[in-house]
Design a protein around this ligand. Structure first.
Ligand code: GUN
Length: 280
């Protein structure tokens, strides 16, 4: 038997179509501003792709490029300017930044109500308390894809491999909010396969291509692959292809969780706009 494919491209397209309908009903289209302070080519490509999808959904967007010789103060000034601009609804500082820039300070400088990545400490706190108006895009996309395919979470075992601030930790908070039993495994976890085999839903978000093999997966489990790294010029996930023999369902790479992340950033921008304009 081979695993069912969870089609991230199709679910993302449905999310964007819903967002577009919502934007069309608004008097003023929301505006999202990307801040790029890095020459990282992957970051540039993510920003282009998020901008393209924002356009698809009718969300206005622009990119502020911060030059390499900018100081932390210069970056803070850019963010303050965007915070103060009433026509800007969402701000996204693409990570990583140039090494001399302080990413934590940059994330703290974004007004929480415009923080569409939900990475400001106030939004992180709201998420863990179950009071967030929106959640970081990648984990939000995981929940959306599970909801689309009607995967139940309440009382079930979810194992998240990876403990990053962008994915692993917020994913754990969201799954807890759905009353799942959540385990966060990571590079120091002893006998990883014994832990991951408990999972009804397994999230691979360690950034190690092919690390999840059939021996890590309970028969019939739902496996969500967040890893995306180029290996010999081909984009590979954290999940080895032969996991399809064991899993019940699987997200492909590419075309799985990646398009969901992009769509959820755009959806978050509309939520932020509505909340700030008092039309939520
Ligand atoms: N770099 C990699 N993933 C992300 C993300 O989700 N948000 C931001 N801002 N930067 C990233």
């Amino acid at each position: 038997m081979s695993a069912r494919t969870f089609d991230g491209r199709a679910v993302a397209a449905a999310v964007l179509a819903d967002v577009r309908a919502e934007v069309e009903a608004m008097e003023v289209a929301p505006q999202l501003v990307f801040v790029r302070a890095s020459d990282d080519p992957a970051g540039a490509s993510y920003v282009r792709s998020k901008g393209k999808r924002a356009g698809t959904a009718g969300v206005r967007h622009e990119t502020r490029v911060v030059p390499e010789d900018a100081t932390n103060d210069d970056l803070q000034a850019v963010l303050q300017d965007l915070n103060d601009d009433p026509d800007v609804d969402g701000i996204l500082v693409q990570l990583p930044l140039y090494l001399h820039l302080d990413a934590d300070a940059a994330l703290r400088a974004i007004a929480p109500e415009k923080d569409v990545d939900a990475l400001h400490p106030v939004n992180v706190g709201r998420l863990w308390r179950g009071r967030a108006a929106w959640a970081p895009a990648t984990p939000a996309g995981l929940l959306r894809i599970l909801d689309h395919y009607e995967v139940p979470l309440e009382g079930r075992e979810v194992v998240v491999v990876g403990r990053s601030d962008l994915v692993g930790k917020p994913a754990a908070a969201l799954f807890l909010g759905r009353n799942a039993t959540v385990t966060v495994a990571h590079s120091r976890t002893r006998d990883l396969a014994a832990v991951t085999r408990r999972a009804d839903v397994l999230v691979a978000a360690a950034g190690v291509p092919g690390m999840i093999t059939p021996e890590h997966v309970q028969a019939g489990a739902v496996v969500l692959d967040v890893g995306q790294a180029p290996v010999d010029g081909v984009l590979r996930g954290d999940v080895a292809p032969d996991v399809a023999r064991v899993a019940g369902a699987l997200t492909p790479t590419p075309g799985g969780t990646g398009p969901m992340t992009v769509a959820m950033v755009v959806a978050n921008t509309v939520r932020a706009a509505r909340a700030r304009r008092g039309t939520a």
